[in-house]
Ligand binder design. Structure first.
Ligand code: NAD
Length: 414
């Protein structure tokens, strides 16, 4: 099986189950089981040594029945067609869960920006936008940052699109620097959304964030801001990790110190000798576990070893279907990715709204609107899981696919 094939097939199984529970027929499943559009592009880039290297990129648009598609662009050596397809489907679910007028999209380029110069990354980013320009735009499909892409890359992409469009198009992309029409709070929005999900989950279990012991996999945009929020709220962050390994201190790590030392790719553990592996990280004794790095991390191999009472998925697709079943049976409260990590797309939507209206909100306004959406979404999903006796992931898929399915039915697509 190709590396990410299981992400698509397991998503399809749960979507089918969700549509059945909602009373939609096979025709609706046929419509939403795959992205409506998948573009593969080849991007020639002049490297600093004068040679030309050609990169492969993708853009998937899952379904635009509700409105334009929306989703990040990932720069990573492991990107492939299946991963981009699955990620675009999850974006549809996230938008449905927080009730945004979008469908799901996602893009990616097979590359390793850690091995490239900043100028090479700029040329690649601009080349990608030229290659996908016909299918994207502020009312068609709106990209954003994801793994190993950031606000600088969004700025280059917006500039390239604006040149082709012949006028300034801030609404083409979100996650931009504030001076180019970015939203206050966007850089921390995914992490703040995860904090809100943790608060709501903790409440349901009669716990508080203060003094709870937290383990976080990943110290990038999502993981590092999350660690900081929780640390400031009085939690003990007892372990964090990156692609090289993990740091563990049962008395709590000094997160401010680690934040000062991490690089722009979210790497910090390489500066320390005393590390543990990412595998050991998942087995640590803790109250709350947050995978915030990559997919397929909690599997049937390690699901029985997890000691946390609450698992909140900040990353996309960190837990397999089998592991979801095991964790649920073990009574662990699992907050699924499509709910827990929906803070990023929610504030991306706020950024796009602000760009369209040309009037900008304060960070407090943004955060308040984010909290309102996420608390409501958590409550809907938790209540549905309880009343229909389904796991939290299926409950999230039922809420997430409903709007797209209803919109598609009104349009006569299924
Ligand atoms: P990032 O590139 O900023 O950071 C990724 C982190 O994961 C880094 O610390 C990196 O070292 C670590 N990592 C990479 N490979 C690893 C491995 N094999 N084992 C352990 N750690 C590894 O990315 P990010 O934006 O923080 O995204 C992290 C996850 O959150 C992804 O699954 C992403 O799709 C998801 N997410 C991000 C956003 C967002 O707005 N940034 C929104 C929703 C979901």
């Amino acid at each position: 099986m190709a590396e990410h094939e299981n992400l698509v097939s397991s998503t399809q199984i749960i979507i089918k189950d969700a549509l059945d529970k909602l009373g939609f027929d096979e025709g609706m499943y046929e419509l939403v089981k795959e992205p409506m559009r998948l573009l593969t592009v080849r991007i020639p880039v002049r490297m600093d040594d004068g040679t030309v290297k050609t990169f492969t990129g993708y853009r998937a648009q899952h379904n635009d029945a509700v409105g334009p598609t929306k989703g990040g662009v990932r720069f990573h050596p492991d990107v492939d067609e299946d991963e981009v397809k699955a990620l675009s489907m999850w974006m549809t679910l996230k938008c449905g869960i927080v009730d945004l007028p979008y469908g799901g999209g996602k893009g990616g380029i097979v590359c390793d920006p850690r091995q490239m110069s900043i100028h090479e990354v700029e040329r690649l980013s601009r080349g990608y936008v030229r290659a996908i320009s016909q299918i994207v735009g502020p009312t068609k499909d709106i990209p954003a940052p994801d793994v190993f892409t950031n606000s600088q890359i969004m700025a280059w992409m917006m500039d390239e699109y604006s040149k082709m469009d012949e006028f300034n198009s801030p609404g083409f992309i979100t996650g931009k620097p504030i001076v180019l029409g970015g939203s206050q709070g966007r850089d921390r929005s995914t992490a703040l959304g995860v904090v809100i999900a943790i608060e709501e989950a903790a409440k349901r279990r009669g716990k508080m964030i203060k003094d709870s012991r937290v383990v976080i996999q990943g110290f990038g945009n999502a993981g590092s801001f999350l660690a900081k929020f929780l640390y400031d709220a009085g939690a003990k962050v007892i372990a964090i990790s990156d692609a090289h390994g993990a740091l563990h201190d049962p008395d709590g790590l000094d997160i401010d110190y680690l934040l000062d030392r991490r690089d722009s790719f979210g790497t910090v553990t390489n500066l320390f000798e005393d590390t543990i592996s990412n595998k050991e990280l998942f087995e640590l004794d803790c109250d709350i576990l947050v995978p915030a790095a990559i997919s397929n991390q909690i599997t049937e191999e390690n699901a029985y070893d997890i000691k946390a009472e609450i698992v909140v998925e900040a990353a996309n697709g960190p837990t397999t279907m089998e592991a979801t079943k095991i964790l649920t049976e073990r009574g662990i409260l699992l907050v699924p990715d499509v709910l827990a990590s929906a803070g990023g797309v929610t504030v991306s939507y706020f950024e796009w709204v602000q760009n369209n209206q040309g009037y900008y909100w304060t960070e407090e306004e943004v955060n308040e609107k984010l909290r309102e959406k996420l608390v409501k979404a958590f409550d809907n999903i938790y209540t549905l899981a309880e009343t229909r006796q389904v796991d939290m992931r299926l409950a999230a898929y039922i809420v997430g696919i409903k709007r797209t399915a209803e919109a598609a039915r009104y349009r006569g697509w299924a």
